[in-house]
Design a protein around this ligand. Structure first.
Ligand code: FAS
Ligand code: PHB
Length: 390
């Protein structure tokens, strides 16, 4: 089999790139190791930057997002028993975010691929990039006992943090930068009315908490937990009691609890691999970088990778101009590191670090006091949260 671009990974990054290229007549295949049901069973991001939403519309996948997603013009930070609102709309010059779950947007992307007759292979096992440093790269994968070879011009590794693509780059060609946080997020999804119409990020002496949502009948909540905790350590009742303790009394009194329909613990890390290209192999999304979800930058960081790669490949195939693909890694990393900074800043501001000093506690309080006393500080937060320009 021969395609122009072979994409490893059928998550949002891989599917979005495949869809955008297909609409321009560029032939792709997506190789996904898991079943579609498994991919769609994962509960991940909930907030889309303006740029991601625009890409969904450009990929002809934005219709349900525009119908069912919620436009949010601000969010709250709960601290010292009170709520302070961050007015994103005012301080970002009129921008906003769309609250629409990653699960649903991935479903929309799959349906769009099906509608266009896109090649998406599920249960593709032992996916292996070959000769990525040559001008004739190829990928092999196994379905059952059959090994299939895909010859291509370019390979895009959109296979997430644990994928095979980044590991296919010789170690001496790659630099990795990492910070692992000493806590995780215990997340619960429940078919309950959200406690607040806008997100609440809570800083509390017992630890961080987040009140988010997927719709007016589906709520998403998180509490910071020690890395030693296991999800089975947490009953639903224990979760709800802990969440209430970390919220201002008025908010806790309004919380509608219910059975968890999903409950999991996600570790927090900041990670970047440089460069995001080796020969004919490009890395995109979580395959190249990870952020703690505090700033809602994870999925949104993948958006700019896909935007830069899509336009670079388009210029290559349509104009014979390689400026975009040759400049991809540098351009993508410039924006990625700004998302890394913002995610680290939000995480440091709102979480309780086990090894913190009393000085750190004062710095957190001062950072919040400065934030809500300075329009410049709120403009900085807002422009990062709604998404820096691509
Ligand atoms: P993904 O990991 O989504 O997709 C990669 C795909 O590649 C997967 O389907 C995988 O099965 C496949 N794959 C892996 N190895 C392969 C191989 N060898 N061969 C073939 N296929 C392979 N971001 C936020 O903004 N907010 C959040 O609240 C948030 N919560 C998260 C919670 C968790 C538990 C995790 C893990 C991430 C969370 N994220 C969050 C970040 C998340 O949304 C990612 O940024 C997003 O999934 C990135 O999309 P992809 O780059 O497509 O990677
Ligand atoms: C979510 O709804 O899952 C969510 C929202 C905002 C974040 C992290 C997670 O910063």
């Amino acid at each position: 089999m021969k395609v122009q671009v072979c994409i490893i990974g059928g998550g949002p990054s891989g599917l979005m790139l495949s869809q955008l290229l297909h609409l321009q007549g560029i032939d792709t295949i997506v190789l996904e190791k898991s079943s579609r049901d498994y991919v769609l069973s994962r509960i991940r991001a909930g907030v889309l930057e303006h740029g991601f939403a625009e890409l969904m519309r450009e990929a002809q996948c934005g219709e349900r997002m525009d119908r069912e997603g919620e436009i949010h013009h601000g969010f709250y930070i709960a601290h010292d028993g009170k709520l302070d609102r961050v007015d994103l709309h005012k301080y970002s010059g009129g921008s906003s975010v769309v609250v629409y779950g990653q699960t649903e947007l991935t479903r929309d992307l799959y349906e769009a691929r099906d509608k266009l007759g896109g090649k998406v292979v599920h249960n593709a096992l032992d996916v292996t990039p070959h000769d990525v440093a040559s001008d004739k790269p190829y990928v092999t994968y196994r379905t059952g006992e059959e090994v299939i070879r895909v010859d291509c011009d370019y390979i895009v590794g959109a296979d997430g943090f644990h994928g095979v693509s980044r590991k296919s780059i010789p170690q001496d060609k790659l630099q990795e930068f990492e910070r692992v946080y000493p806590f995780g997020w215990l997340g619960v999804l429940s078919r309950t009315k959200p406690v607040s119409p806008e997100l609440i990020y809570a800083k509390h002496e017992r630890g961080f908490a987040l009140c988010s949502l997927r719709s007016q009948v589906l709520s998403r909540y998180y509490v910071q937990v020690p890395l030693t905790d296991k999800v089975e350590d947490w009953s639903d009742d224990a979760f709800w009691e802990e969440l209430k303790r970390r919220l201002p009394e008025k908010v806790a009194a309004e919380l509608i609890t219910g059975p968890s329909i999903e409950k999991s613990i996600a570790p927090l890390r900041s990670f970047v691999a440089e460069p995001m290209r080796y020969g004919r192999l490009f890395l995109a999304g979580d395959a190249a970088h990870i952020v703690p979800p505090t700033g809602a930058r994870g999925l949104n960081s993948a958006a700019s990778d896909i935007y830069y790669l899509y336009h670079g490949l388009l210029d290559h195939y349509k104009k014979g101009d390689d400026t975009g693909i040759d400049g991809y890694s540098q351009r993508a990393l410039a924006r990625i590191w700004k998302a890394q900074r913002f995610s680290w800043w939000m995480t440091t501001l709102l979480h309780r670090f086990p090894d913190r000093l009393s000085y750190d506690d004062k710095l957190q309080d001062t950072e919040l006091a400065y934030l809500f006393s300075s329009e410049a500080a709120q403009r900085s937060l807002a422009e990062n949260y709604v998404g820096l320009p691509f």
